[in-house]
Design a protein around this ligand. Structure first.
Ligand code: KIV
Length: 279
């Protein structure tokens, strides 16, 4: 195989559709989502059978080491999403719209979302918030035939306004507003919405009130599905361990052990040996 060929992913089956996700909610089956940022992990999570893969702007923090998702550009997101696309065949691939690519005007939102889907072959976009700018963007994109997933609760692009990553909706007024926001996103045409960092009772009530699926992160078991940031889930992002996170592996440990052994082999002359050298 030549260096620039992408091997076919192991996953089989028909690509997940919006109807499939809705059917899961209607039948009480949980939806499973993770993020991914490159072809290798895209291929792995698809092969593991997740329903949705989000190329999140969280890549700014977990992949690039930035201090905020707001520094991620549309071009960077497109580059990563196109890479993930080469690994994902079955799961629904979702493109996370970066900060200020959809808030300025509905026309700009449609132009940017359209470009994102055309250049990455993702199925849908996600955008944050349910203020007027976000709702205009959702309506305009949906009207133009672009499927949109919403995102409310803690919305990282508003981290400064929300005074950091904090649970949203503990106060009754905020909880009421989040319920209204969720309904507004559904009415604007979203096919699903992320609920991030909120009390279980609130996310349960929102999920029960909505027709469309809710995908929780740090929002308890009452949501119709769950999403985790992949490097957090697999223990690659060592320093990050919020209460809601369950680590399913210690990939950071595996990588460090492997590289330490490799370094030792190189330094002691055990690698390369005859079996890994050419005659
Ligand atoms: O950017 C991201 O990874 C996200 C998820 C946390 C939902 O928005």
């Amino acid at each position: 195989m030549s260096a620039n060929m992408t091997p076919a992913p192991a996953s089989v089956g028909k690509p997940v559709t919006i109807r499939d996700l809705q059917a899961k909610k209607d039948q009480g089956q949980k939806i499973v989502a993770t993020t991914a940022y490159d072809v290798l992990f895209g291929r792995l999570v698809d092969a593991a059978g997740v329903d949705m893969v989000l190329v999140g702007d969280s890549l700014g923090m977990v992949i690039a080491g930035l201090d905020s998702t707001k520094k991620v550009t549309l071009d960077q997101m497109i580059w990563h999403c196109a890479a993930v696309r080469r690994g994902v065949r079955r799961a629904m691939l979702i493109f996370d719209m970066p900060w200020m690519t959809y808030q300025v005007s509905a026309a700009e939102a449609v132009r940017n979302a359209g470009r994102a889907l055309a250049e990455t072959n993702a199925t849908a976009v996600k955008l944050e918030g349910a203020g007027e700018a976000s709702l205009h963007a959702v309506r305009a994109c949906v009207d133009a035939g672009i499927p949109v997933m919403g995102h409310i609760g803690f919305t990282p692009q508003s981290d400064t306004a929300l005074s950091g990553a904090r649970v949203q909706g503990r106060e009754e007024a905020v909880a009421d507003q989040l319920m209204k926001d969720a309904v507004a996103l559904q009415d604007a045409g979203c096919f699903a919405t992320v609920l991030e960092l909120m009390p279980t009772e609130l996310s349960h009530n929102i999920s029960a009130a909505l027709r469309i699926p809710t995908i929780g992160i740090g929002a308890g078991a009452g949501c119709d599905g769950q999403i985790l940031v992949l490097p957090d889930l697999i223990g690659l992002n060592e320093g990050f361990k919020p209460k809601f996170l369950k680590r399913y592996a210690d990939v950071a440990g595996i990588v460090k052990t492997a590289v330490t052994e490799y370094a030792d082999d190189v330094r002691t002359g055990r690698y390369p040996d005859d079996s890994t050298s050419f005659t």
